[in-house]
Design a protein. Structure first.
Length: 490
């Protein structure tokens, strides 16, 4: 399979977009070079689209929606096509895992885990397509009132570079299951798996114009897509700053939006927790994908009486962590690009200069190319909750430890940032599990685990500055549709 991938890339390193079921470049012919973060070398190109290309893609999606080949197709048949796409992703799993790893720098085993989750999204939404239904509502005598769930129309999906294949799958799965048509713009740093899966959708038999993919810079293709009057709904996953720009653009036409933004997620460790179970999960929650994960568990709040013990155990693990190229499959890969590496390093330097204690530091593999974008993981101890490091999303392998004295203080600390995406609670006290899980302001709370199994079925999204609307599970199907009420007079 890896040989297959090399062949594809050797023959076809100029990736094309998909508009109306056809593979096309940008009208201007402009392209963007695609670099591998493991060594910084360019190995492919993607089209650099502008407003003209966006207009073509939105028109194709509009035509497909209005003609009704998709929205009027029986829901179970839409579901079958999504399931078929999942099967094709599985058949091409090794190729897609290798492509995702090379494009993003993530270790190959993470690429494989992403493929497994991607398959699950297409299976889940394929199976769910015919299971969303409306209600009949008790109303006035002589009337029957009922509701239908109808598609918005043309949905625009703007996705980030950290989990491109998975995030594409949850957008495509929910939007298409409900009968919408789609234009997806992946991040310019990692568009290849999105394009490849778009090609597989053609092979699966999706009607022309149902799933369109355009690539390009956020400020150009992304901005044109989010402002396009032909778009009915925008779903975005990315940074809060871009989220604000997209909501402003969407507001000009009063369109609905789903916003999945950043996080500064806490994990609260009480003295009665099973520390042996917690430790590997606490480390993985910040190291997975190099910490470039919106739900990264970047703050660990530890009850005072066990602070030294837990900090010592975490330090021992951190000192052994090694960053290296995606194909070496070490603990973590490089950052996505040079700017992200600089950004993470700046947080580390500023925190150390501000006097925050560096408890442990991992390393970069001796054979890692100097031209790659590596950052050694860092564990900071006894962090002031008001420090920049405690408040801002670093989006890198940087973990901060805090100590608390009682449950009240733990909850206050957990809720002390602008974000509210995910939280972890570690305790063996059943009543406390319920109390704390209810009082932490986060869209998902895990008790004695964290991010278990990818959670395709579990609604996901933020409180506070982490966003609004929900992806994943059945909730995403509600967001990707609108309720119509019909009243019959007898
Ligand atoms: P980003 O906001 O820079 O880019 C995301 C997407 O938006 C890309 O496709 C980009 O091209 C596009 N974009 C950029 N500027 C735009 C504009 N003006 N108009 C329209 N589109 C524009 O984010 P990123 O750097 O790719 O991702 C990192 C951020 O995403 C982090 O803050 C992270 O927490 C967040 N994130 C959140 C989730 C979640 O589900 N909550 C998941 C992954 C990442």
């Amino acid at each position: 399979m890896l040989q297959n991938l090399s062949r594809i890339i050797a023959q076809d390193k100029n990736f094309l977009n998909i508009i109306n079921g056809r593979r096309v470049g940008a009208v201007t012919g402009k392209t963007i070079a695609v670099a591998c973060p493991s060594d910084g070398s360019d190995f492919a190109t993607i089209p650099a689209c502008d407003a003209t290309d966006v207009d073509r893609a939105v028109s194709a999606a509009r035509l497909a929606f209005e003609e009704g080949a998709w929205s009027h197709m029986p829901a179970f048949e839409r579901g079958r096509l999504l399931t078929r796409l999942g099967q094709l992703v599985e058949e091409h799993g090794d190729e897609l895992a290798a492509l995702e790893a090379r494009d993003t720098g993530k270790p190959i085993r993470q690429g494989k885990a992403d493929v497994a989750a991607t398959i699950r999204y297409y299976e889940f939404y394929g199976g769910a397509a015919d299971k969303i239904h409306g209600d009949t509502i008790p109303f006035l005598d002589g009337y029957t009132a009922l509701t239908l769930r109808e598609p918005h129309g043309v949905v625009a999906g703007i996705t980030p570079w950290n989990y491109p294949m998975q995030i594409m799958a949850r957008v495509v799965g929910a939007a298409l299951a409900m009968g919408n048509t789609l234009v997806i713009k992946p991040a310019e740093d990692a568009s290849l798996s999105t394009i490849r899966i778009g090609e597989l959708a053609i092979e699966a038999g999706f009607p022309d114009g149902v799933l369109n993919i355009i690539t390009g810079f956020g400020g150009e293709a992304g901005a044109a897509l989010s402002a396009h009057p032909g778009v009915d709904y925008v779903t975005f996953t990315g940074s809060p700053v871009t989220g604000t720009a997209i909501q402003q653009a969407a507001a000009t036409n009063n369109r609905g939006v789903t916003m999945e933004l950043g996080g500064k997620s806490p994990q609260i460790v009480f003295a009665d927790a099973d520390i042996g179970k917690a430790l590997p999960v606490l480390v993985n929650a910040i190291i997975q994908n190099g910490g470039q994960t919106c739900s990264a568990g970047s703050r660990i709040l530890i009850e005072h009486s066990i602070y030294n013990e837990v900090a010592g155990e975490l330090a021992a693990r951190f000192n052994n962590l090694v960053a290296g190229p995606h194909d070496a499959d070490l603990d973590l890969g490089p950052m996505i690009n040079a700017a992200q590496k600089r950004r993470v390093e700046n947080y580390i330097t500023a925190a150390a200069e501000a006097g925050i204690e560096v408890v442990a530091r991992g390393s970069i593999h001796v054979d890692a190319p100097l031209s790659g974008f590596y950052v050694a993981p860092v564990l900071f101890g006894a962090v002031d909750p008001a420090a920049v490091l405690a408040q801002e999303e670093v989006f890198g392998p940087v973990l901060s430890l805090f100590s608390f004295n009682d449950e009240e203080e733990a909850i206050r600390l957990a809720n002390s940032t602008e974000y509210g995406l995910v939280a972890g609670v570690w305790t063996s006290d059943g009543a406390r599990q319920h109390r704390v899980a209810k009082r932490v302001r986060a869209g998902q709370v895990y008790v004695n685990s964290y991010g278990a199994g990818g959670g395709v079925e579990l609604p996901f999204g933020g409180f506070k500055r982490s966003g609004h609307g929900r992806e994943k599970g059945f909730e995403a199907l509600y967001d990707m549709s609108a309720t119509k009420t019909i009243v019959f007079r007898h």
